[in-house]
Design a protein around this ligand. Sequence first.
Ligand SMILES: [Zn+2]
Length: 317
Amino acid sequence: MIIRNRPKPLPLRNLDAAIPRLPPTFPNLPRMQEDVKKQQQGYSGEKKIDYFLDNLAPMYTILHDVYLRENNKNFQIDSLAIANHSIFMIDSKNYNGTISFNTTLRQLTRSDGKLESGFENPITQIKNQKFHLQNWLKERNLGHIPVKCFVAIADPSTVVRVEGSEDEVSQYVVHAAELPERIMNADQQYRNKGARKLPDYQIGKTMLSECGEFDIDIFKKYGMRLANILPGVICPGCGLRGMKRIHSGWWCRKCQQKHYHAHWQALADYLLLVKNTITNKECMWFLGLNKRGTATRILKKSGLTYDDKYRCWYKKK
Ligand SMILES: [Zn+2]
């Protein structure tokens, strides 16, 4: 059973919301656009892994994007499968071209045919995460559970090369499509060695209840101030900011299209970037409305909850 689906990562959601609302001259904008591309690539890689891993859902308990805390440190696991006798952690990697693991130097390089670049060794990374997860389990008297980790390669066309020990790399690195079989076989081996049957669902529920969501303060990271966030409804057709409210819809002066729900995204952007509550006056400013009544109507239909005491709207969790 899948008990936690993969949300779109918060740092990516923040960047997606902020980039179209920054002045084109904002100094860190190119860096943000570059980061959004990388994060999007990582996210689509994770979803490719989910596609294969979710085949195990009828037998095991599966959680995606697990973010836990142990010994005052947070750690993140892309996907986690709690099987019948053991737990599997999966870190997904989405690379184009050829990747080479060097087991002596403990480094990873990637070549796309033109450029070669170095990366932190994902095997070292996942071993560190395994250490955290084992401690987390120990703290809950579950330290006896065997934990195994995999680095899953999302793109089937990625060529994996090894300099050094192939055995060592193949113990951890798998192509996504092979993942279910590798997990089932490993779990069977743990069973043969006498590992106990796990209350997989209960363990999953405990994790879920403690699971947070990884976030980055993009204001701090990119030197943004609230005043840099520009208001206005963005046209879903052409991206123009500043659609005009006209007959219960929104009119774009650039592509001459009408969209009825273009304000939904603007409200979501406001709650994500500016503040987690919105008043009628703030709504008028952010959506570019000149009538109080229109803002009230929009907010009432927005699915947000009204707080009588503070006279503002918020998203109920
Ligand atoms: Zn437009």
